[in-house]
Design a protein around this ligand. Structure first.
Ligand code: DGY
Length: 327
């Protein structure tokens, strides 16, 4: 009887029951403690065939400590935490969890838009702090999202799911993506393409849905804030570093933009005090895909990828093709 392969789960996912299927196939080791330091991670990976990881930095050095490693199954659609080029060089498959979280992320983006423009979390904070209801003057003046222009940056699955929702709010939807849709697709989706700078100038709400890579690092910085209207709200459920956070803080403080709703931050888990303290921000802790439904499906998707790769089949969510199982 051949020995079972080893899978390391670097953090307990929010729906641990969905991991059970792994036990039918592999020896499974779960890190129940705090996230590994780099040294601990290297040590823990020494005899491991498959890694289930969540937001852990996995670089070439870490991969070198894992000579048997065949697959890095990343829990998340974004996989900027994994050095894919280093994995490719070492013949290691990298997978992500697309599709299953699309609707949840798009829902939260809408929620954040409404929350920041209608000042929901500010109002909630006032009442919970037992401050009196002030029916004086124009209390907590807010802004409608209906009939406004939404600019979506990154028009993949999540961007398009957000567009669908926005149209239900009678918004005009414009988008920018390096891959423009066909004219037919644009007609069907009822969305118009804009060059990036034009989108920044025109949109009342800008929502980011691109991957983080070299080309999108600090995509929104000081120059871009100079193009955005002072009445515009910026929403980020993609990755923190798509925005230059220092430039964002300055833009918020100088009212270059109306506000920002942020689910992701440049240097997680730390969040600058300026973003936490500002009245014109809404902040959430990287939870756009944090529904039971999405998280369970993400766990299952990671498990399926592990099972496929460690049974010498190309995993369904391979992001670095081609890949061949190591002999
Ligand atoms: C994703 O899927 O990329 C989410 O942000 C969770 O990391």
């Amino acid at each position: 009887m051949s020995e079972k392969k080893f899978v390391l789960v670097s953090r307990v996912p929010q729906t641990p029951d969905a991991l059970k299927i792994l036990y039918d196939h592999f020896e499974v080791r779960i890190n129940e403690g705090s996230p590994y330091s780099k040294d601990q991670f290297c040590k823990a990976l020494e005899d491991v065939d498959g890694l289930f990881c969540d937001d852990d930095e996995v670089d070439g050095e870490i991969m070198d400590s894992a000579t048997k490693l065949q697959i890095i199954a990343n829990y998340g659609v974004g996989y900027n935490n994994v050095d894919v080029v280093a994995a490719q060089k070492r013949g290691i498959a990298v997978t992500n969890t697309p599709e299953v979280l699309t609707e949840s992320v798009a829902d939260l983006a809408i929620g954040l838009m409404i929350s920041v423009s209608r000042r929901v979390s500010e109002a909630n904070y006032i009442l919970k702090k037992r401050k009196p209801l002030e029916w004086v003057g124009f209390y907590l003046p807010a802004v409608d999202i209906n009939h406004k222009t939404l600019g979506i940056v990154g028009f993949g699955r999540i961007g398009q799911a957000l567009a669908q929702r926005a149209l239900g709010f009678n918004m005009k939807v414009i988008y920018y993506d390096t891959n423009r849709c066909s004219i037919n697709e644009e007609k069907q989706l009822n969305c118009e393409f804009r060059e990036f700078n034009e989108l920044l100038k025109e949109a009342d709400f800008i929502s980011l849905h691109c991957n983080l890579d070299k080309s999108t690092l600090h995509l929104i910085g000081e120059d871009q804030f100079n193009l955005i209207k002072p009445s515009t709200f910026l929403i980020n459920t993609a990755r923190g570093a798509v925005i230059d956070e220092k430039a964002l803080i300055k833009a918020l403080q100088t009212k270059k933009i109306a506000g920002a709703a942020l689910d992701v931050f440049e240097d997680e888990p730390s969040i600058p005090n300026e973003l936490l303290d500002a009245d014109n921000t809404v902040v959430t802790p990287h939870m756009a895909s944090g529904t039971f439904e999405a998280r369970k499906a993400m766990t299952e998707r990671c498990c399926t990828n592990l099972i496929m790769a460690l049974n010498e089949k190309t995993p369904q969510d391979l992001v670095n093709p081609p890949w061949k199982p190591k002999k």
